[in-house]
Design a protein. Structure first.
Length: 336
């Protein structure tokens, strides 16, 4: 980050535990010293309009102006909140994403989407606002708890499905044994998985069409998160269930070879154990699906895998198949 020159001031938005563990390394690597830090509580509750107001007030109190730079140093919550504040503070200041989780390094820190939650609706208020730079160091992943680490790995599986046989095959042989401290392997995985998103976003920055493919697994996943009050699942875990269900849906729609569906399901499940979905109300889950932000006029644009490296985006999926796919996976009647 030594290339970042010409700013009147630089501020770091982060969480206390991250700053205590990695703050000195960030400052040393960037060639900075004594930067002011704005600390927010960890967890999804920090992605709110009130917290955005707090961060903006802190920036103002510390003398931030239109030539200031904000560094969002953290996971998806800090990245989304920091990007949203940067896009709106004094009508926009530059910011840098310095993601510290697998999920953020391969997905949420890339693509320039920022957002905060309103009530129970996740990412309801947000902007498209590209960071000046994204700086990812897989070494910081070593301090992740196993569950948070695995949650991010599910997102790399999604990117591997979108990418094709080469990345999927590479991941297929390694994901079950990956650990937070496997930095050399993670450097390769983060770089390859991140490139998948960069390639898509560079061709569709504002989600006009192609970028919808990144929603693979998210329609069911978002419904699961909302139905459980965002308390049962980490985001990647909900997406993992979503990928399993939509893979079954693709089979029912006769667009996916069951042999490929079996491979996808095996890789998803090999990442690690998932919080259960048995006992969740089927009608509630299915009723939440049309609320997905990518739905248009209540019509869901499903992202169905047709094979490794090939997906179909279509609104033409029978409701009966949507319901059956969920039930088959929920009841354990389909495991790929």
């Amino acid at each position: 980050m030594q290339r970042l020159k010409g700013y009147s001031s630089v501020f770091v938005l982060t969480e206390l535990s991250l700053w205590e563990r990695w703050g000195n390394k960030l400052l040393c690597d960037a060639g900075w010293a004594g930067l002011p830090s704005i600390l927010v509580p960890s967890g999804e509750s920090s992605k709110s309009l009130s917290m955005a107001g707090y961060v903006a007030s802190e920036l103002l109190e510390c003398g931030a102006d239109r030539r200031s730079l904000l560094v969002a140093f953290g996971g998806g919550v800090v990245g989304d909140l920091g990007g949203f504040v940067a896009s709106t503070y004094m009508r926009g200041i530059d910011y840098v994403q310095a993601p510290t989780t697998v999920l953020a390094q391969v997905d949420s820190a890339l693509g320039g989407k920022t957002a905060v939650n309103v009530g129970a609706m996740k990412n309801l208020v947000g902007t498209f606002y590209a960071p000046r730079m994204v700086v990812s160091d897989p070494a910081v992943l070593a301090s992740l708890l196993p569950r948070a680490f695995q949650s991010g790995l599910y997102e790399t599986v999604k990117h591997a499905i979108l990418s094709g046989p080469a990345l999927f095959g590479w991941l297929e042989g390694k994901v079950a044994g990956l650990r937070p401290g496997d930095t050399p392997l993670l450097e390769t995985l983060v770089a390859r998985a991140a490139q998948v998103k960069v390639d898509v976003v560079s061709r569709d920055e504002r989600e006009a069409g192609l970028r919808r493919v990144l929603n693979l697994g998210h329609t069911y996943g978002h419904a699961l998160e909302e139905a459980t009050g965002y308390r049962r699942f980490l985001h990647g875990e909900a997406v993992a269930w979503g990928m399993l269900i939509v893979t079954r849906l693709a089979e029912l729609a006769s667009v996916l070879d069951p042999a490929v569906g079996k491979r996808i399901a095996r890789v998803v499940r090999s990442v690690g154990p998932l919080p259960g979905i048995r006992g969740l109300n089927e009608e509630k889950i299915l009723g939440l699906l049309p609320r997905d932000k990518k739905a248009v006029g209540g019509k869901i644009h499903w992202v169905l895998p047709e094979g490794l490296g090939k997906v179909r985006v279509t609104p033409d999926v029978p409701d009966a198949a949507v319901a059956r796919a969920f039930c088959d996976v929920q009841r354990g009647e389909w495991n790929g």
